[in-house]
Design a protein around this ligand. Structure first.
Ligand SMILES: Nc1ncnc2c1ncn2[C@@H]1O[C@H](COP(=O)(O)OP(=O)(O)O)[C@@H](O)[C@H]1O
Ligand code: SF4
Ligand SMILES: [Mg+2]
Length: 345
């Protein structure tokens, strides 16, 4: 089997704070295991506060207190050891060069008081091993490939539109041709037309440099356009994973079924029924399956024990007793899950 570009095993990352001698832990990422294949775009979906950004910070080694990695391993194919066995100097060596980041807001990477040229100089120049003029030749060519005029190098970030700044952030994240790119809601702040262009640019650049990528967004329609495989998170856990097309066609976990059923479809005028309740407080997650307080299929077993993420014969993974108990040769289909309880979703 081909070596994974990224392999994450049993990752636990909690926000740990203390007030009046009482320790509080927000279990934002709790026992997550997944692998990203070479050259693929692995999408992570799930509603707000389910732990997507915390997972991203952890695999990008961007941990600041009170966030702490309490267990698990993170291995990239370009590293000979675990990410958290690297010292600060080695981490600085791999950032931008091998592992880069496209944030939601470009201002998280662009310094507002420095011209774009200086941001390229700060982040990319130390990795390229080139003289200054050769370096800017490479940058200019890269900008042109991304349909950006090299003249933007003289601009301050506030002189550019939001869409243009996000293109600059993509250019910055890809100029060193990194093996792995991590993107956290990179198009969420943009309006729909600009979003479409920026997505196309990300896809084109990822293909051109052959990087692997984790792409996080709560917006499933964006995943439909960009992610090869999809991992769905709920309350700090990965609850379903599979090829994006298959999840859209036949979501297995009750939560995924709700997400997919909520997508607007042209011509479909049936009212969408909201999922009752809210995602749990991750400082005190529910016992058993974390989705059980909202799940119409919950049983006593679901309230007491936590379902493992189980690999089905189709290769898809799902953490749900109702699905895992279905015959392995025939994963649960839409029809089988459309029982009376499910209709109340
Ligand atoms: N600095 C922080 N301190 C304490 N809890 C935090 C902090 N940042 C995020 N959280 C909590 O961690 C959980 C996961 O948040 P996050 O990873 O940002 O989710 P998402 O990106 O899916 O919206 C949430 O319950 C959130 O309130
Ligand atoms: S394990 Fe039980 S509560 Fe959890 S999603 Fe499946 S049926 Fe619902
Ligand atoms: Mg987030």
């Amino acid at each position: 089997m081909e070596e994974a570009a990224l392999s994450v095993q049993n990752l636990r990352a909690y926000y740990v704070t203390g007030h009046f001698g009482m320790q509080r832990e927000v279990r934002a990422v709790d026992d997550v295991s997944l692998s990203v294949r070479k050259n693929e775009i692995y999408g992570i979906a799930g509603e707000s506060s389910c732990g997507k950004s915390t997972f991203i910070k952890t695999v990008a080694a961007a941990i600041r207190p009170p966030l702490r990695v309490l267990g698990g391993s993170i291995k990239y194919s370009f590293l000979d050891r675990d990410l958290y066995d690297l010292d600060e100097r080695k981490l600085a060596d791999i950032r931008w060069n091998h592992l880069s980041f496209i944030p939601q807001g470009s201002m998280n990477v662009l310094n507002p008081v420095r011209r774009i040229r200086e941001s390229f100089q700060d982040f990319a120049f130390p990795h390229m091993g080139l003289g200054r003029s050769e370096f800017f030749d490479v940058v200019n060519r890269h900008l042109e490939r991304l349909q950006l005029s090299p003249s933007i190098l003289s601009a301050f970030p506030h002189e550019l539109s939001g869409g243009m700044r996000q293109r600059v952030a993509i250019a910055l994240a890809t100029v060193c041709r990194p093996e792995f790119i991590i993107a956290d809601e990179p198009t969420t702040a943009l309006d729909v037309v600009v979003q479409k262009d920026v997505l196309a640019l990300i896809l084109e650049t990822q293909r051109e440099i052959g990087s692997s990528m984790i792409f996080v967004t709560h917006d499933l329609t964006v995943h439909a356009n960009i992610s090869n495989r999809l991992g769905i998170m709920y309350a700090g856990r990965l609850i379903e994973e599979g090829p994006t097309r298959e999840i859209f066609h036949d979501p297995l976990h009750p939560y995924s079924r709700h997400l997919v059923a909520s997508l607007p479809r042209i011509g479909d005028l049936t009212p969408k029924i909201a999922l009752t309740g809210a995602p749990p407080n991750l400082a005190q997650p529910p016992s058993g399956c974390r989705f059980h307080p909202r799940c119409p299929l919950a049983t006593d077993l679901c309230r007491q024990a936590s379902p493992e993420l189980t690999t089905l014969s189709s290769g898809r993974r799902v953490a749900c007793y109702a699905v895992a108990s279905a015959p392995a040769t025939r994963p649960m289909t839409n029809d089988r899950m459309t029982n009376d309880k499910f209709k109340s979703f």
